[in-house]
Design a protein around this ligand. Sequence first.
Ligand code: HEC
Length: 220
Amino acid sequence: MSNNGLNIKITAPIVMVAILLVTLLVNSGCYNSKTGEVKVGGSISFELPVFPETGSHAVQIFSEMQYSPSYRSQEVPRLLPPEGSVPVTGAEVKILEVEALKALSMPDHDGSQAAKIYSVNCQVCHGQSLRGDGPITTLSSARGDGSKAYSGAAPVNLISERVNDLSDGEIFGYITWGGRPGLAAAARGKDSTSIMPQFGYLLNEEQRWQLVQYIRDQNK
Ligand code: HEC
């Protein structure tokens, strides 16, 4: 307990000095509120977050929300399981070939969480309507020059013949590996270059099957 008191005594002046320093830098004209660029003398420069309308924090794009970075500071250090451990429910067999994916059939699953899993993980790109028009596609760049923040491959319209014509297993495979580019990269043992996360690492098998069913249902 006495340790805590000591910590507060030591950290409070440090925090005050840091606040003073940032205030000084911002007020002394070395801070560009559009780009967040801060220059100190000729040699030091770094970027603070910006939100051009208010001159404060930027909207940070985090491509999937299941594991929000905001929780991190609250978490206790994790004890990772020993390498090679498998869950008690059995390990998932990784399938990387399209033909083998096509042969998969949807297992029995509970679909009650599907809409929620979709809106937390997919809606930001594929949109609430699933038509590939999520907020990421219209977000303005922090540069404030009218350009878009995201200019990569467009999130696929999931209410489309293209997706409706896929088998359940293919949709499952694309969710698992981050779209077609992600699956192709994984099959070559390479890292995915797609903006779409590889949900095989983020959602369990059952959650991914719930999403396949959800996409199917919305296509009806
Ligand atoms: C960060 C943006 C992003 C997120 C989040 C995202 N996707 Fe995607 N998705 C894409 C992009 C972009 C593509 C097109 C593939 C490419 O070019 O990388 C794609 C492709 C796909 C495809 C393949 C469709 C086809 O016919 O090629 C499926 C299925 C899909 N996404 C489903 C989902 C689901 C379900 C989720 C949520 C678990 C999700 N995506 C989350 C961006 C995203």
